[in-house]
Write a protein that binds this ligand. Structure first.
Ligand SMILES: [Zn+2]
Ligand SMILES: [Zn+2]
Length: 376
């Protein structure tokens, strides 16, 4: 951004949009500010865009109907912890944030609203995930692969929505503001956008790797760490993360280096028909980071494992859904600690954020832990 010099009307705008100054920031201070409800409606549109995340090789068979695909695997998982069809979820909205002084506080949401995304056509949502959705979870390589595939598809969908909303904000957020404010807002959005663009690029890369494995049905390559739990986990989630540090606070990879593709690990917490399961999956190319990460998790004894897993979920996943009775029974200091971990917008994880912080949750009964295609 080069904001100091006086620009001619036909020069490229200082904000980096690539547009001519006269079509971008000229007179922006006199434009009508965008109202919060308009901005929120636009955000909702961006996060409900419809597309199918099936591999390109299968796209010719797409059905016209885009499904409301579950993000928490195995439909029926969330029903196991819902109360009257509702769970506590973290859904960012202008109302939620203003009501709670800018903090994102979990609220009761219908399970179909809080945890679905429109990222698969109904045919592919059904066909691709049938081995996972229609059979009990046994931890077969195919099932583990599909867990990773679904969370990666959702990550890609969410990152593209974020990119669309930042692109919109760069055109709207500073309308009616002074030139100094415009520069501050554009600087913030510019650096935010740089991180998001890298995230879009990296999830796209892994999604195409997973696409290829799916098309060639080479599921045996998947690595997985499976924790079996007695009964449904009271906290369910699904996501993908580029792990920066392990549970002992050791640094794993540097995300500030935007030139390299970081290792990614996908995870899900759900009910597998007979038992609960928390599953981490990754590809061999991410071994160097993910094995160290999982080793540090595997070192945590059963009695402390629930606390460790929940530190990780609340720190790195916004797609988290909680059993109402469980959340309401937590001590207020514990709930406070959870909300602080979910702080929105995230300032980024602090060093040592996964180390034991003394916060205790009602422990899940760990039945066993399994390694699929690797050892630590
Ligand atoms: Zn501009
Ligand atoms: Zn499709």
């Amino acid at each position: 951004m080069n904001e100091k010099r006086k620009l001619g009307r036909n020069e490229q705008c200082w904000c980096g949009s690539g547009k001519k100054y006269k079509r971008c920031h000229l007179n922006r201070e006199n434009e009508e500010p965008v109202l919060s409800w308009e901005s929120e409606a636009a955000l909702r549109r961006e996060f409900s865009a419809k597309s199918c995340g099936a591999p390109d090789a299968l796209k010719a068979d797409c059905s016209k109907q885009i499904a409301k695909a579950h993000t928490v695997p195995k439909s029926g998982s969330l029903e196991r912890i819902a109360r009257n069809g509702h769970v506590y979820s973290f859904v960012p909205s202008f109302q939620n944030l203003t009501r709670n002084n800018g903090r994102l506080v979990p609220e009761l949401h219908g399970i179909n609203r809080a945890s679905t995304f429109t990222g698969f056509c109904s045919k592919h949502d059904d066909a691709i995930f049938a081995p996972l959705e229609k059979n009990p979870f046994l931890g077969t390589p195919e099932q583990c692969f599909l867990l990773g595939f679904r969370s990666l598809a959702r990550e890609e969908y969410a990152k593209q929505a974020q990119a669309a909303s930042v692109a919109r904000l760069r055109q709207q957020a500073d309308r009616g503001r002074s030139e100094g404010e415009q520069i501050a807002i554009q600087r913030f959005l510019f650096s935010h956008n740089t991180g998001i663009a890298a995230g879009v690029r990296d999830t796209k890369y892994y999604k195409s790797e997973y696409d290829q494995i799916l098309v060639q049905r080479q599921f045996e390559v998947i690595r997985a760490y499976i924790i079996e739990i007695d009964g449904p986990p009271t906290v369910m989630c699904s996501g993908g993360v580029f792990p920066e540090q392990d549970f002992e606070g050791n640094a794993l990879q540097d995300l500030a280096d935007l030139k390299t593709t970081p290792s990614i690990i996908n995870f899900a917490s759900f009910y597998g028909s007979e038992r609960g399961a928390v599953v981490f999956t990754w590809l061999p190319e991410s071994d160097s980071t993910c094995r160290v990460f999982i080793k540090s998790l595997d070192c945590i004894p059963d009695a402390a494992l629930t606390d460790g897993l929940l530190r990780f979920f609340f720190e790195f996943c916004e797609n988290v859904h909680m059993q109402p009775e469980w959340w309401e029974a937590l001590a207020s200091a514990t709930r406070e600690a959870v909300v602080n971990r979910m702080a929105y917008p995230t300032i980024g994880p602090l060093p040592g954020c996964l180390k034991d912080d003394g916060v205790r949750f009602p422990p899940w009964v760990i039945v066993r832990r399994r390694f699929v295609n690797f050892t630590v």
